[in-house]
Design a protein around this ligand. Structure first.
Ligand SMILES: Cc1cc2nc3c(=O)[nH]c(=O)nc-3n(C[C@H](O)[C@H](O)[C@H](O)COP(=O)(O)OP(=O)(O)OC[C@H]3O[C@@H](n4cnc5c(N)ncnc54)[C@H](O)[C@@H]3O)c2cc1C
Ligand code: SF4
Ligand code: SF4
Ligand code: FES
Length: 632
């Protein structure tokens, strides 16, 4: 280990030496008491002794606003903006912010490695600087000391008369070449003590969090929280985003942009029907803190908070994440007589960093342009579209999967694939007109082109259904994805047992797929039941909500698998009706709807506890989600 002495008087020269090689970003003062990372123009502006910056260096790799695509509405075509790789030097980064970058690396590489983030991130060099813990820092409790050099190329320790400079990597050594410094002759002084602590190791915190969903602290803190989302915005490990199209005043050109989003905002989970899955502030606070200490940590063994203290320091309502966690620990000990080991630091360092630089980073957000081959009006609100990929390529989907449908100017939305994989050359989308994108889609004609990404999600596991009786329970537009499954079973009829379809709709005017319904009704190998909440005068069928169909069904409970899709409210009642028939829970599969902004596990919108609906769902085995808060 090489440590050199950088006298205070040579710091400006050192920065100039760095500037001669690459652009340098470093902390500078903003206003009276704030600090921000900014490009360095004049080395005199750089402040290396600072408590924390408002935002971390995350903003350079995952910018607050970023153009994903630019498009031309007339040509219905798009291009990709060049991603500016900063190839920069980040000078004066605190150890907790470096650990936050390593955690972002993990999130943006997991499953699908995102090109945008990694293109910016890869070429960057980091020079750390030690810090003096203030009343908000608690990174020490998370195993991140002010002297932690993980992830850095060079590190500056504050010492009397300047800095001790340590060379960590070969790139760091190269940066220094030509800038001679004497060796440091004295040992490093101890770093400052932390004033804030969480005393319990992560493995035990996970146990605490297993028992803390109902803790009163969520309601108590929610009473003070104003749902401003600041805690998310300043957090160096938060990565959730929203995606929106913006069009210029001439309505000719536009851009598809992503923006940081905040799970503390009420509409973060709002879906088309108006359902908000975490509508109470207490549920949102719980989700935020669970994300930091439970949901991701269960996969990685490490807390997903780095103890920077920003969310507490900048909270409008003085809500402290340390106080919340310590309260959960105390209440757990009180209630369970468990005595938790009190250690410090609390981390069980499962892995040194999380970055997975191996593997190819992919462009995840560019759609392929596909052609609408036919349009059929099904009801006043729903149309069925046949879509063909370029060169007639197959989508290769499974029943229950979805695509991200993209219309420039309106954005993207997840839409289920309604045709069976047995249908070749084209695939079907059944679309209800509810908002901007779907209204624009309803105006399109055969020959028009739309963007498609996918297929995404898991879909139904056909191997689990083969040889079994298949019970389909579809409410309203829930028939759209289930039609893909129904037609898959019909195309391979011998492979399955009975096919029982229960379909409910608000009114007979809103019933979908008229021709197919007639065929299902007439096919002796299909037991087709349909009901409507309200019937028009010439409706001769059943009237009643979908659950009224269930008691009448004669089922072989052991060999029947139920596949359910419908509006969120329907699940609760259908599950009750199945329960009262003693239908085995392990034979139930549900397709869930969540707000989705990326479809590839990056935007965080679709998260239910530690599961991402766009990747682990939308089809779930009921026992796996039964106990999850906010799932149903
Ligand atoms: C896996 C999956 C499969 C789906 N399959 C289908 C399908 O096959 N057919 C179909 O028609 N629909 C389907 N949907 C629903 C569809 O994605 C939504 O209806 C989508 O929002 C329509 O986009 P839009 O722009 O037309 O409407 P939006 O503009 O999104 O408006 C619809 C509603 O969404 C909410 N909303 C939208 N944006 C925001 C925001 N920024 N803040 C707060 N609330 C907002 C509001 O409640 C609004 O009323 C599916 C959804 C999922 C998750
Ligand atoms: S910063 Fe504070 S007040 Fe704002 S959402 Fe977060 S906890 Fe609530
Ligand atoms: S949760 Fe709070 S303390 Fe933890 S990393 Fe995020 S902003 Fe920092
Ligand atoms: S994480 Fe973005 S939609 Fe699932």
């Amino acid at each position: 280990m090489t440590r050199l002495m950088l006298e205070q008087g040579r710091v400006d020269d050192f920065i100039r030496h760095l500037q001669a090689q690459r652009p340098v970003y470093a902390p500078r003062r903003k206003g009276q008491s704030s600090y921000v990372f900014a490009p360095v123009d004049d080395p005199n502006d750089v402040v290396l002794d600072y408590p924390r910056t408002l935002h971390s260096v995350k903003k350079y790799f995952l910018p607050p606003r970023e153009e994903l695509l630019n498009f031309n509405l007339k040509a219905n075509s798009y291009g990709q903006p060049e991603i500016e790789t900063a190839n920069a030097i980040m000078l004066g980064v605190h150890s907790y912010d470096m650990h936050a970058v390593l955690r972002l690396d993990y999130n943006l590489a997991k499953g699908n490695k995102e090109r945008n983030y990694f293109a910016r991130r890869q070429g960057t060099l980091f020079i750390g600087v030690s810090f003096s813990p203030d009343k908000f820092h608690f990174s020490g409790s998370l195993g991140i000391s002010p002297y932690d050099t993980t992830g850095f190329d060079l590190f500056l320790y504050k010492v009397d008369k300047g800095f001790a400079l340590e060379i960590i990597t070969a790139m760091g050594e190269k940066l220094l070449s030509g800038f001679d410094l004497p060796a440091l002759g004295v040992p490093l002084p101890p770093h400052g003590e932390f004033q804030q602590h969480i005393y319990v190791p992560q493995s035990k915190l996970s146990e605490v969090f297993d028992h803390s969903q109902e803790n009163a602290v969520w309601e108590e803190e929610a009473a003070r929280c104003v749902s401003c989302g600041t805690c998310n915005m300043v957090c160096p490990t938060c990565y959730c985003f929203d995606v929106e199209d913006e069009v210029d005043v001439r309505v000719v050109e536009g851009t598809r942009n992503r923006r940081w989003d905040a799970c503390m905002l009420r509409d973060f989970t709002e879906v088309a029907g108006g359902e908000v899955f975490r509508h109470k502030s207490a549920a949102r606070q719980r989700h935020r803190v669970y994300r930091k200490f439970k949901y991701i940590s269960d996969h990685t063994g490490e807390p997903w908070c780095v103890g920077c203290g920003r969310c507490t320091a900048y909270c409008t309502a003085n809500i402290s994440i340390v106080s919340i966690v310590n309260r959960l620990v105390n209440d757990y000990e009180k209630d369970s007589t468990a005595r938790l080991p009190q250690t410090q630091p609390i981390i069980d360092r499962a892995r040194e960093g999380h970055s997975d630089p191996a593997g190819e980073a992919k462009d995840l957000y560019s759609p392929v342009m596909a052609e609408i081959k036919s349009v059929q009006q099904m009801t006043d609100l729903e149309k069925l579209f046949e879509i063909q990929l370029p060169d007639g390529a197959e989508l290769n989907h499974k029943p229950g999967q979805f695509v991200e449908l993209s219309l420039f100017g309106a954005g993207e939305a997840p839409i289920s694939i309604s045709s069976s994989p047995a249908k070749k050359g084209v695939f079907d989308l059944g679309i209800r007109k509810v908002g901007r994108l779907t209204e624009m889609m309803h105006r399109l004609q055969p020959g028009d082109r739309v963007g498609i990404r996918g297929p995404f999600g898991n879909g139904f596991d056909l191997e689990k259904l083969k040889g079994k009786d298949v019970l389909i329970i579809a409410g309203g537009i829930g028939l759209v994805p289930l039609r893909s499954l129904i037609n898959t079973v019909i195309a391979d009829r011998e492979a399955y047992g009975r096919l029982i379809i229960c379909y409910g709709s608000k009114s007979d005017q809103e019933l979908l797929f008229g021709n197919e319904r007639k065929m299902w009704d007439e096919d002796p190998s299909i037991e087709f039941h349909v009901t409507v909440d309200r019937g028009s005068p010439d409706w001769t069928g059943k009237i009643g909500v979908i659950t009224t169909l269930i008691p009448e069904l004669a089922l072989d409970l052991e060999r029947t698998i139920a596949c359910i899709c419908g509006p969120p409210i329907m699940y609760r009642f259908v599950l009750l009706a199945l329960k009262s028939k003693r239908f085995p829970e392990e034979n139930i599969y549900l397709s869930l709807e969540r707000r989705m902004k990326c479809g590839v596990g990056k935007c965080g919108h679709c998260q239910i506890n530690n599961s991402y609906v766009c990747q682990d769902g939308p089809v779930y085995h009921y026992p796996a989600i039964k106990g999850l808060k906010e799932a149903l």
